[in-house]
Design a protein. Structure first.
Length: 248
């Protein structure tokens, strides 16, 4: 069963993508969402900061300069997604999907909720052009909406992996939505059932390789996704509920 939040995110994003796989997200997504993609060799916090500074957007990342798989800069309902062009095509595809997921969940959906609650008059606040009034400030809706420019960084893990399951819920949800964008669960399960896979066989019988070959997922994302789709037991059932869905 698909989690309610996942269904709502897909609906809000309006991503009616073709069933041709692997999906070319960089060409397909801008027809559905107000986002643009920029590829940069050896993407890092330093060249991202320079790009923003050149456009008079003040931003400085926390900590030492570091390499990135991707980054999202969002403002006023639009986004720019940066991708490290030196990554392989599978990693770039998942990076794009992960940042698209953040754009939908962390920028687009909160804006839609705020507009529904306050009307068009709240747009200058959302876009950072005026501060909220005292009445607006105390709203629980507005408290959940990031104002002005948003910057999200997709760091590299210690081994260069890009799909991490041991992170906070926000990143878990972005990974799960990214997987649905790249390899929808129904289509992925259909592929895995062709050889008759059953629960617990994901790693043994090569299910991750099938997902990687068919949908263009990096193995770092395909392996845990195959386990989840095939119902392999995990030591953290709550995390499984977040990722594969439940009644909420």
């Amino acid at each position: 069963m698909t989690a309610r939040w996942l269904h709502e995110a897909l609906e809000a994003g309006g991503l009616s993508l073709s069933d041709t796989y692997p999906r070319d997200l960089l060409s397909m997504v801008p027809f559905h969402l107000p986002v643009a993609f920029i590829s940069i060799d050896e993407l890092a916090t330093t060249n991202l900061e320079k790009w923003l500074a050149h456009r008079r957007i003040a931003y400085r990342s926390d900590g030492r300069p570091r390499r990135l798989h991707g980054a999202l800069v969002a403002r006023a309902g639009r986004g720019v997604i940066f991708i490290d062009s030196t990554d392989n095509v599978e990693e770039q595809r998942f990076t794009a999907a992960h940042e698209i997921a953040h754009f939908i969940e962390d920028h687009l959906m909160p804006r839609l909720k705020a507009l529904k609650a306050f009307g068009e008059g709240i747009l200058p606040v959302l876009d950072g052009r005026r501060p909220p009034t005292p009445e607006e400030s105390v709203s629980a809706v507005l408290n959940r909406v990031p104002l002005g420019v948003q910057v999200h960084l997709m760091d590299r893990g210690p081994h260069g992996t890009i799909c991490s399951w041991d992170v906070e819920e926000r990143e878990q949800r972005a990974d799960r939505l990214a997987l649905e964008i790249v390899a929808p669960a129904k289509a992925a399960l259909r592929e895995l059932r062709r050889p008759g896979y059953t629960a617990g066989q994901a790693e043994i019988d090569g299910a991750p390789q099938i997902l990687s070959d068919r949908f263009g997922l990096p193995m770092s994302a395909a392996a845990p996704y195959a386990n989840l789709l095939l119902g392999k037991r995990r030591s953290r059932p709550k995390l499984s509920e977040i990722l594969v869905g439940g009644s909420d």
